[in-house]
Design a protein around this ligand. Structure first.
Ligand SMILES: CC(C)(COP(=O)(O)OP(=O)(O)OC[C@H]1O[C@@H](n2cnc3c(N)ncnc32)[C@H](O)[C@@H]1OP(=O)(O)O)[C@@H](O)C(=O)NCCC(=O)NCCS
Length: 420
């Protein structure tokens, strides 16, 4: 049969579905086989990839993660180069515009971004009444979702790229204000006046502490924001793309992404690292502690990666900063414990540290509360998520994979409820 793709679509949509389960199993199988035979354009994969490992789900020009050599680049620029020469605002621009800005463009972009820092009054009210012991990730997720109700551009229905680009910029600025505001309110403190003369990194630290940070602290956070901005088809980015691909709105997609990032196998690992270091307590306890976890087949947080089979290229930058900061603080214990854990895991399991392993010590040394580590990851990754959402909308296709059915192979009649 020489059918065009459209004709086959038509065939599939017009093929009558069985109305009851009175089909004999062989007939049902024949029906399914006929559907599959006429659905070649969908290229049904016969191999099952658990956790979608190794599956290419879409095209993207945003970041390139080369797992076997441990290389990461954003839009054709090596991460090492970006860390050395750029600030976080340039990275947002790069991801949103697919190229680096010149000086004039960067200044204009920073101005636009800073003008988006204020939150609507109802969102501020929510942050004031949110439970003081809530997870800041839950608060961030809820506040971002709330923002969608106050932005009529979110209800456009059709993907309007210009409107979505404006929302993307706004979310990159507002996510930091949400996290900082909640932190102030839960400690019975006022939010300092929003300022437009500080960078993203400076402004976040200023909001949570009430003081303009030192250049060192600002640059350290700036580097961390650069390193967390994007990372291929990671779980939360995939969530964002799946959500927007239904032509839902950007706020819904970011809400889904935040919920996904929260898990300890993804962004939540950085908090896990500090809990682990505190649990171990002293350098001399490390070997026995790790050994016990390995015997119990428990995961060591901050170690291992689905894609990198060598050292995560973001880790050395954060390691360098962690060493510098802990030395300055006169608290080298944390980094020494971390180094010993990394050595044991390399020797015993052939596994390397990932981005979360050293970022935890970096944030801890900056005096940032542990439960804000993952929200900081979310603040930075909002630049990548929103860029992926815009990219998805420019060439959209609904995500609809298949499942390998493992239930009963034969169909049984439904018995009356009394006789089940
Ligand atoms: C990131 C992660 C989910 C990747 O998982 P994955 O690709 O599915 O890797 P696998 O679970 O298949 O791991 C392969 C082997 O290494 C072990 N392993 C992987 N990460 C480990 C870790 N952190 N601690 C101990 N063992 C680990 C697995 O138990 C498995 O061992 P086995 O072959 O003896 O069963 C996993 O490494 C992990 O849970 N790390 C800790 C959480 C973390 O830091 N997440 C942040 C990622 S940026």
């Amino acid at each position: 049969m020489n059918q065009s793709i459209n004709e086959r679509w038509l065939y599939l949509s017009l093929t009558p579905l069985p109305r009851s389960f009175s089909l004999a199993p062989e007939e049902a199988n024949r029906f399914l086989a006929s559907v599959l035979a006429n659905s070649n354009p969908f290229q049904i994969m016969t191999e099952y990839a658990r956790g979608l490992q190794g599956v290419i789900a879409n095209e993207s020009s945003l970041s390139n993660v080369i797992g076997d050599i441990g290389e990461l680049s954003y839009v054709g620029h090596h991460i090492d180069d970006l860390v050395e020469h750029c600030c976080y605002e340039e990275i947002i621009y790069l991801l949103h515009h697919n190229r680096l800005p010149n000086k004039v463009e960067l200044t204009a972009f920073e101005k636009q971004l800073r003008a988006e820092r204020e939150l609507p009054a109802p969102v501020i009210d929510f942050l004031k009444i949110a439970p003081k012991d809530a997870s800041p990730m839950d608060v961030l997720r809820t506040a971002i979702s709330m923002l969608g109700m106050y932005d009529h551009r979110a209800k456009i229905g059709e993907p309007d790229i210009a409107a979505n680009a404006a929302i993307a910029l706004s979310l990159c600025a507002k996510s930091a204000t949400i996290v900082a505001a909640y932190h102030r309110f839960r400690n019975d403190l006022e939010l300092p006046p929003i300022r437009e003369d500080l960078t993203e990194a400076q402004h976040f630290l200023y909001l949570i502490t009430g003081e303009v940070p030192t250049d060192t602290a600002s640059r350290v956070l700036d580097v961390a924001l650069i390193l967390h901005a994007d990372h291929g088809m990671n779980a939360s980015t995939f969530s964002a793309r799946v959500t927007i691909a239904t032509l839902s709105d950007m706020y819904s997609a970011i809400t889904a992404a935040i919920g996904t990032l929260k898990g300890p196998l993804h962004g939540g690992a950085n908090e896990g690292v500090i809990h682990m270091l505190k649990d171990i307590g002293e350098l001399e306890n490390v070997d026995a502690w790790v050994e016990e976890k390995l015997v119990q087949k428990e995961k060591i947080m901050g170690i291992g990666h689905r894609v990198y089979k060598v050292l995560d290229p973001r880790a050395p930058h954060l390691r360098r900063l962690a060493i510098k900061l802990t030395e300055e603080l006169g608290e080298p214990k944390w980094i020494k414990m971390s180094e010993r854990i990394a050595d044991i895991m390399r020797e015993r399991k052939g596994l390397e540290a990932n981005v979360d392993f050293y970022s935890a010590t970096v944030y801890y040394s900056l005096g940032i509360p542990t439960d804000l580590f993952t929200p900081i990851f979310a603040i930075s990754r909002t630049s990548g998520w929103t860029a992926h959402i815009l990219e998805q909308l420019r060439d959209n296709r609904l995500y609809r994979p298949l499942t390998l059915y493992t239930g009963p192979k034969t169909l049984s009649p439904v018995a009356q409820i009394e006789s089940r």
